[in-house]
Design a protein. Structure first.
Length: 324
């Protein structure tokens, strides 16, 4: 049954499924079975994104949801075209993880006019009309950036000299890049010794992280810390740091966000110093929301994933059972 998003209750923030552990399959139910879900994914740019896609595919199969998955290859125009195609096919529900924050009002209005509910996952959209989507499922990116900054403040609490920070940002205009940068800046702003001396877009990729870090090292010989907006950028930065004969994790401290298996492995080896978790295994939660939306049940307006952070010893403890 197709229902307008405006008829769905706007509840307070919900806290669901803790991250980092096993992914329970969403149970098959009459609410979910047979529902047609059109999902537009950002791309396949990182281990996080691949794990996110796999989680959604697996959960849809277990829930009996008919999933039409489209991968946008990091292009907003591809995502807009996919959403319009979903509308023309008259799917029951549309879900998508937006490439960038802005520029969605027109196509989301088209979905609203067609009375197709929209669920936003992972990344938020920037709009003043919140009736254009039903709910948002994902992480608190600002809190992730803040947690990274708080670790840095604590780590250098008794350090009386300037700490020079290079920031490898995520894709320009994306919600995680904007919000992680803001949260990090908020956390360090009261410590004048912590200074961001360089910041550049690394596109959330290893190649991008390596390229940006190589440029930073050519421009600055005195970098103390790198804050990379995801593990892949941080792993790329490791290569660039090692290429100039410096020791990542020792000569240059590195903080990242994601907590992928590769990231936690580098942390356990001492080549990263601190990793903030961003959980990609959203599939079961998404299918639960799909089932509730399809039957007009009350759902939270915002579903926030519970996440943690890791130092070296914590990484060693969770690695044997890490799924992504």
């Amino acid at each position: 049954m197709r229902r307008s998003p405006t008829l769905l209750a706007l509840a307070l923030v919900g806290m669901l499924t803790a991250c980092g552990g096993g992914e329970d399959a969403a149970p098959r139910s009459t609410a979910q079975s047979g529902v047609r879900l059109g999902f537009s994914q950002v791309g396949a740019e990182s281990a996080w994104r691949l794990a996110n896609t796999k989680s959604i595919e697996h959960a849809a199969t277990n829930a009996g949801v008919q999933l039409d998955l489209r991968v946008a290859d990091g292009k907003q125009e591809n995502q807009t075209a996919a959403i319009r195609d979903f509308i023309s096919q008259k799917v029951d529900i549309i879900a998508f993880s937006p490439v960038v924050e802005s520029g969605w009002d027109k196509v989301l209005q088209e979905a609203k006019d067609a009375e197709i509910p929209v669920i936003i996952t992972d990344r938020m959209v920037d709009t003043t009309d919140t009736s254009l989507f039903t709910t948002m499922l994902g992480s608190d990116f600002t809190a992730e950036g803040r947690r990274a900054g708080e670790w840095l403040v604590e780590h250098y609490r008794d350090f009386n000299e300037t700490v020079r920070i290079a920031e490898i940002e995520g894709t320009t205009g994306s919600a995680p890049a904007n919000q992680r940068r803001a949260g990090f800046a908020e956390a360090i702003k009261d410590d004048p010794s912590l200074q961001v001396i360089a910041s550049r877009d690394g596109s959330f990729t290893r190649a991008g992280g390596e390229q940006v870090m190589a440029g930073f090292l050519q421009e600055h010989s005195d970098i103390d810390v790198v804050f990379a907006h995801n593990d892949d950028e941080g792993l790329g930065a490791i290569k660039a740091i090692e290429a100039v004969g410096k020791r990542p994790g020792v000569d240059i401290k590195i903080i990242t966000v994601d907590a992928s298996r590769d990231g936690l492995t580098a942390l356990a080896e001492g080549r990263l110093n601190y990793v903030v978790e961003c959980n990609p295994l959203l599939g079961p939660q998404l299918m639960e929301l799909v089932g509730k939306v399809s039957t007009g049940q009350t759902i939270p307006r915002r579903v926030v994933v519970d996440e943690t952070a890791f130092d070296r010893e914590a990484a060693k403890a969770v690695l044997p059972n890490r799924q992504y």
